[in-house]
Write a protein that binds this ligand. Structure first.
Ligand SMILES: O=P(O)(O)O[C@@H]1C[C@H](O)[C@@H](CO)O1
Ligand SMILES: Nc1nc2[nH]cnc2c(=O)[nH]1
Length: 315
């Protein structure tokens, strides 16, 4: 008879609450057991004690794009650090405030700084504020991000309307909805084929043409980061139909679709991607921030007008 020596994993005791809390549980399932409906509701009540108004529009600011919050009037700023169980953004170009107030006639809530999986957060943690903003009453989500241009026709400084996405972490089994599903948030098997609202896409195209801004419209590829892509990876993304690449957005939009948000996504092309082995250029975060700040006014004007047009014609 052979002697079986138990490996460290075999020797780890199963958590007292049973095998579902054991070492085998998916990190997103653990996150989702923490951010229960009741806990999200507590966070919402905490915020409502500070902010008397109900936001209609939720905004998530991408890298270097937090200046949008400066346009908000009658502002109430709540630092993430003051909100129970809220993560903090650790990335240059992202502040850590939830900003409430009025933007072009509508009450808004704006995330001035987001969370990324490469910071060490699960995709479920990165996206959970979307539920908070929905439960606060917002029906429309405007998500912005900085991205590399995969499409060879794109130039640095272009603004791309996100018409669809490739969610690579999801394709690899990392979806923020993994774990127990509370139907009060949304259905177990949510469709995401129309995650980016078609009417909002046309609304934004009309606004852009009034300002003579030539918008791109394309597919955003969400990757885990923090590395920028290899040449082979960029060529693969292009082959798969990707137009821009980034490290955020897709898990947020997944939760937004799940809880019934109408979403508009805007990606600012902050850098070219590596296309061939003779290129010496490499993307750097400082350039991403610089281009975002340079183009912020244009993007802000579009968002400002979009909100005005939602006010005039909510459908
Ligand atoms: O938060 P976003 O997606 O705008 O930021 C992008 C992705 C990384 O955080 C960073 C890389 O430069 O920019
Ligand atoms: N993954 C990725 N994220 C970005 N964010 C801004 N630019 C880029 C890029 O080129 N690649």
């Amino acid at each position: 008879m052979s002697h079986h020596t138990r490996s460290p994993i075999e020797s780890t005791p199963i958590a007292e609450s049973g095998p579902s809390a054991s070492v085998g549980e998916h990190p997103n399932a653990i996150t989702n057991r923490f951010y229960t409906y009741e806990r999200v509701q507590d966070i919402v009540s905490f915020i409502q004690n500070i902010v008397p108004t109900k936001p209609e529009i939720a905004i998530i600011c991408g890298s270097g794009l937090g200046g949008l919050a400066e346009l908000i009037t009658d502002k109430i700023v709540i630092p993430y650090v003051d909100i129970p169980h809220f993560p903090r953004s650790t990335v240059v170009g992202h502040r850590s405030n939830l900003v409430f107030g009025v933007l072009n006639g509508l009450y808004v809530v704006c995330m001035q700084g987001r969370f990324h999986p490469y910071e060490g957060y699960t995709t479920a943690t990165c996206a959970f504020p979307v539920r908070v903003m929905r439960m606060l009453g917002a029906h429309t989500l405007i998500v912005t991000c900085a991205a590399g241009g995969v499409n060879k026709g794109y130039s640095v400084g272009d603004i791309m309307l996100i018409k669809d996405h490739l969610n690579f972490p999801n394709l690899a089994g990392n979806n923020p909805l993994i774990g127990h599903n509370d139907e009060r948030f949304g259905p177990r098997f949510p469709p995401v084929g129309h995650a980016y609202d078609r009417q909002y896409l046309s609304k934004m195209k009309q606004i852009a043409s009034k300002h003579s801004v030539e918008l791109r419209e394309g597919v955003y590829c969400g990757l885990g980061g923090p590395c920028y892509e290899t040449i082979a990876e960029i060529n693969m993304l292009r082959l798969l139909g990707g137009d821009a690449v980034g490290m955020s957005t897709v898990h947020e939009v997944t939760l937004a679709a799940h809880c019934g948000f109408r979403t508009l996504g805007l990606a600012l092309i902050t850098n070219k991607c590596l296309w061939d082995y003779d290129t010496t250029y490499e993307p750097v975060h400082e350039d991403v921030i610089r281009i975002s700040e340079l183009k912020a006014n244009e993007l802000q004007q579009l968002i400002y007008d979009f909100i005005g047009s939602v006010k005039q014609n909510p459908t």
